[in-house]
Design a protein around this ligand. Structure first.
Ligand code: 5AD
Ligand code: SF4
Length: 348
């Protein structure tokens, strides 16, 4: 069939044009299953059965931005705001490392309360004492800011492009531009970070063409990781009442991204798990190879409400040992190394 031809082409060249991507995005039934199967095989050929665990610490839910989709936007006055102290962050990272986590992701809103030198000092201390890979996810900053963190030892940086539709981007992220975002990504690239990109699926105003462009942009940026998750409406945002992103569409987008970016780490995102606990495991069988368990201490975790978190997710046992057990039941092993990118050029 036509779909088989497109998938075969993707497996050989890892290139597809927009029309071909749209065809795969619209696949259903047997075609969809074939897409998932081939993405799963490709994942297995490149990464084996290892799943990388990245422990995430959401250390501050203060944010100066007003993104229309996000519950942490500054105009949300209902949410309780709080910040972990540098010592609390360090202790949470240490506990994670003791359990077996080899990567820690430090995430917050855009919160200027934490000065760059303080963050650099924290990163430095973690690198010296904890033998961890460190990923930062603290939003848009100057190249100098990124440089200081990089020199302190940060290995990776997460900055999703969110949506490739310029108008939609500027509507949903007032005061910022898609070009600005891409410039930040270029800065991170020049500084030698392993980059985590990605985007949301199901944003109001997003079309299937936009999604194809999102996949193509991810390919063009050639990111080392791509976080792809469903949009989940938050009641305290202007996008309340819009429908939630489709799990099936997210899975197709992950599978297509796997075909085009065979060596890129793809997490089965927490947003996906928030919609359906099996969603996360389904993602692991259609191209994904990373899980990002939330290790934030409970009080802070509850208040870190980008989207409403299910109580199931909030109460999930995210200990390293528990994930080892859970993943083993799905036939997968937990990686014991840093899980750096296998892409050439980084650790040559
Ligand atoms: N639904 C899903 N994902 C969201 N994000 C922010 N708000 C939402 C939402 N309502 C994602 C963005 C951001 C990451 C921290 O969370 O992609 O990069
Ligand atoms: Fe702030 Fe990020 Fe939420 Fe935007 S998406 S409001 S920058 S935390």
């Amino acid at each position: 069939t036509k779909i088989e031809k497109v998938i075969t082409k993707a497996l050989i060249t890892h290139e597809l044009n927009k029309e071909e991507i749209i065809m795969l995005l619209e696949a259903e039934g047997k075609d969809k299953e074939l897409l998932f199967q081939e993405a799963d095989k490709l994942r297995k050929n490149n990464f084996g059965d290892e799943v990388h665990l990245r422990g995430i610490i959401e250390f501050s839910n203060y944010c100066s931005r007003e993104c229309f989709y996000c519950g942490l936007r500054c105009q949300n006055h209902v949410v309780n705001r709080n910040r972990m102290t540098i010592d609390e962050i360090y202790e949470a990272a240490k506990e994670a490392r003791n359990q077996g986590y080899m990567t820690i992701v430090l995430q917050s809103g855009e919160d200027s309360w934490y000065k760059v030198d303080i963050l650099a000092e924290l990163i430095n201390k973690m690198k010296d004492n904890l033998d961890l890979a460190i990923t930062m996810s603290v939003g848009e900053h100057s190249k100098n800011f990124y440089k200081i963190l990089r020199e302190a030892g940060a290995d990776r940086y997460l900055l999703k492009h969110e949506t490739s539709d310029k108008e939609l981007f500027e509507k949903l992220r007032p005061g910022t531009t898609l070009q600005g975002r891409l410039n930040r990504l270029k800065d991170l690239r020049e500084l030698g970070y392993q980059i985590g990109g990605g985007f949301m699926v199901g944003l109001p105003g997003q079309s299937i063409e936009t999604l194809a462009d999102d996949i193509l942009l991810t390919k063009e940026l050639d990111v080392e990781m791509a976080g792809i998750g469903p949009f989940i409406p938050h009641p305290e945002t202007p996008l309340r009442g819009y429908p939630v992103g489709s799990v099936s569409m997210v899975l197709k987008v992950i599978a297509i991204t796997r075909l085009l970016l065979p060596l890129t780490h793809l997490p089965a995102t927490t947003a996906l798990a928030n919609l359906s606990p099996e969603g996360r495991f389904k993602a692991l069988s259609c191209g994904a190879n990373v899980i990002m368990p939330d290790l934030t201490p409970m009080i802070y975790k509850t208040n870190y409400e980008i989207y409403p978190k299910s109580s199931e997710l909030l109460n999930f046992d995210n200990s390293f040992a528990s994930w080892e057990k859970e993943l083993l039941q799905h036939g997968r092993r937990v990686s014991k190394d840093y899980g750096h990118t296998p892409k050439p050029g980084f650790f040559a």
